[in-house]
Design a protein around this ligand. Sequence first.
Ligand code: SF4
Length: 308
Amino acid sequence: MQDNQDVTKKEQYNLNKLQKRLRRNVGEAIADFNMIEEGDRIMVCLSGGKDSYTMLEILRNLQQSAPVNFTLIAVNLDQKQPGFPEHILPEYLDTIGVEYKIVEENTYAIVKDKIPEGKTTCSLCSRLRRGILYRTATEIGATKIALGHHRDDILQTLFLNMFYGGKLKGMPPKLMSDDGKHIVIRPLAYCREKDIERFSTAKAFPIIPCNLCGSQPNLQRQVIADMLRDWDKRYPGRIETMFRAMQDVVPSHLCDTELFDFKGIHHGSEVIDGGDLAFDRQEIPLTPVGWEEDSESKSQRLDILEVK
Ligand code: SF4
């Protein structure tokens, strides 16, 4: 009995720690990008996956102590995929007392009709979804649209663009929507996917499966996700350092002539961004820059290694 109580206490302690970390990550992202302002009405896009549930939970949590007043409205788009359990989200949202709107649009039928069998449906599907969500944001008077992408999604996108798109381009934590009318924010931009996974499991969110449309998973993204997961296990700190690199860009040491005036460098110009010392004189640190493994991650990593 005593043992059980100790386990539960420990679980609760770990959950509190995890929640604090997620809150801190979200709070920092909100502050760094000025994501939320006084009086904002934030449309929280809720798909029924772990990320969007976590985003809603942490935003609700921050609402209690934030220095600015803002309101939340959860929006789910029911795309009429076969087997979509329509009762789950309304029941959950009623229980936690969050204002919400379920938008019903049969994009599934449109996609099936327009895209030949065997071809990928995601690009039309997400275009339709985006349009509906923007329209809904206008209808409900939302000032911001919050999406549940996290740090690992952002890094995956960076690598996808590098490997396949020939662009150094990730996923912005805050942006103007492509119709120029809405501000989109990603409050989980600094959160690790593994934290979100653990939080979602501990909170027992009623997850809705994401493969109801029957579409193939994006194989290229999957390959990159596996690569990053593998690096994370074998080289602790690498993911953190790569994300840090996205926040510390040196255009004069890349090759984009639009971003930096290389032609303007002449005899007599000043040394720019330290010149070219990085790879010949400077020592490259063996441990990732500015990264320290916390005790919890270390014990998780060692557990994984021991299991192997
Ligand atoms: S996985 Fe299915 S629901 Fe998601 S974007 Fe692709 S087609 Fe649409």
